[in-house]
Design a protein around this ligand. Structure first.
Ligand code: ASP
Length: 427
């Protein structure tokens, strides 16, 4: 059995067991709850996510230093950086526009107030969302070590790129440091391969918890909103990316998407593109065929700043909340939404649930009540899982397009058999 099959089985059995827990409604002090669900299973899920997170800061730092150093050598860092960031912004803006169009067409918020008791449900303590200016200023690390310790990814990224560029400019004087970083990179990739083997068990634990706590009734209440977001995510993943991939990279989109199974399943189960990063990076290099030079640069950057799925949720949510409260938004407001949601998605940390916090930024920009978030918070957990999978797909799509355009793409790997991680590990 290959790893993907094992992950799928872990997921299925996990969800089933979780649903059983929900159905059985055991008393809180039952041993199956205290020792099982809240004990071993919860611990298993947390350990899995923490193990993945453990990799993120070292991986982003080492990988970007290597990437920037080799790009700096060829003098292509500016062009490549511009191309990558430009594509990330473009796909995000496309995502919000698609979301707005869908939401306006479907009108998920119209008439909701008639069917739903809004009294008292609309209290939402908006957490402070950083302003656009703060987001920009906060990219510069006052202390890179502190930035790493606190996991401030944008700061780590900036420092790593500058460090890598400097390294590329000192020639042979930097050879030793470069070797060290190259070896560190190899060690980290190996470590990821080891951790990935635990995925089926980690995913199993996470899915049991999900199945045991998932409130289907909540989805029923805002079903139109939920389905509009899902439709937006599916269309973006199944139409927009494949179109870009075929048009800009001339690759078989179906083959591409099939190769993404593992990172997508991990993204779905962890709701964190940050935690998924190790698996994303590994897949893009070893399954898709993006050369390390591009992958090590584009993927950590994308995991941090590119969140198309999040932007889709924010676009639909904005229209939904406007319709719900009976606000009319004009064309300027929609353009503002496209701009702020694109920026908000850059400022969204790659961890669960943050997209909902940065949604306040978008709502405030167009003068909508942030309390509206209370309407959708109940279904956000599931949507977070789905949108994280789209976020990760976006990173891999852009990395692939950039790699193809730079002739840094291994067609043989791409045309080879889909996930071969088990064989690779065995070898
Ligand atoms: N969970 C998302 C991610 O990590 C971010 C969000 O939309 O909350 O990609």
């Amino acid at each position: 059995m290959n790893l993907t099959q094992k992950i799928l089985i872990g997921m299925g059995i996990g969800l089933l067991l979780g649903a059983l827990y929900q159905w059985a409604a055991l008393p809180e002090d039952h041993i199956l709850i205290t020792f099982g669900l809240d004990g071993v299973i919860d611990a298993g899920g947390q350990i899995f996510i923490t193990l993945l997170k453990m990799m993120v800061v070292p991986l982003v730092f080492v990988s970007l230093v290597c990437g920037a150093a080799s790009l700096g050598d060829s003098g292509s860092v500016g062009r490549l950086g511009g191309k990558t960031i430009g594509l990330y912004l473009l796909t995000t803006a496309l995502a919000v526009s698609l979301a707005l169009a869908l939401a306006l067409f479907i009108g998920p918020g119209e008439g909701v107030a008639d069917t739903m008791d809004t009294e008292g449900t609309l209290s939402f303590a908006a957490k402070e969302s950083p302003s656009v200016k703060d987001t920009l200023v906060n990219i510069v690390p006052g202390n890179p070590v502190k930035a790493m310790a606190e996991g401030k990814m944008l700061q780590v990224i900036l420092f790593a790129i500058l460090f890598g560029l400097a390294l590329s400019q000192i020639g042979s004087a930097g050879a030793k440091v470069r070797d060290i970083f190259e070896s560190l990179n190899a060690v980290l990739m190996r470590l990821i391969s080891m951790l990935v083997q635990f995925t089926p068990y980690g995913v199993f634990c996470l899915m049991v918890t999900l199945g045991a706590t998932l409130g289907l009734a909540e989805i029923g209440k805002v079903i139109a909103y939920f389905l509009t977001v899902v439709l937006g995510l599916v269309m973006h993943g199944a139409i927009v990316y494949p179109t870009l991939l075929v048009a800009l990279a001339g690759l078989n989109a179906r083959r591409f998407l099939l190769k993404l199974r593992q990172p997508l399943l991990v993204a779905f189960s962890t709701s964190s593109s940050g935690a998924t990063l190790p698996v994303t990076l590994r897949t893009v290099e070893h399954e898709v065929g993006v050369k390390n030079r591009i992958a090590s640069f584009a993927i950590p950057l994308g995991a941090t700043i590119n969140m198309d799925g999040t932007a889709i949720m924010q676009g639909v949510a904005t229209v939904f909340i406007a319709q719900f409260f009976g606000y009319e938004l004009g064309i300027t407001a929609y353009l503002t939404v496209i701009l702020t949601a694109t920026l908000a998605s850059i400022g969204t940390a790659a961890v669960p649930g943050v997209g909902l916090i940065t949604l306040t930024l978008v709502l405030e920009q167009v003068g909508l009540p942030v309390e509206g978030i209370a309407l959708i918070i109940g279904v956000d957990r599931l949507l977070d899982m789905l949108r994280t999978a789209v976020n990760v797909t976006g990173d891999m799509t852009v990395a692939t397009i950039v790699a193809r355009s730079e002739d840094q793409f291994d067609l043989e790997t791409f045309n080879g058999a889909a996930p071969s991680s088990d064989q690779k590990l065995a070898g």
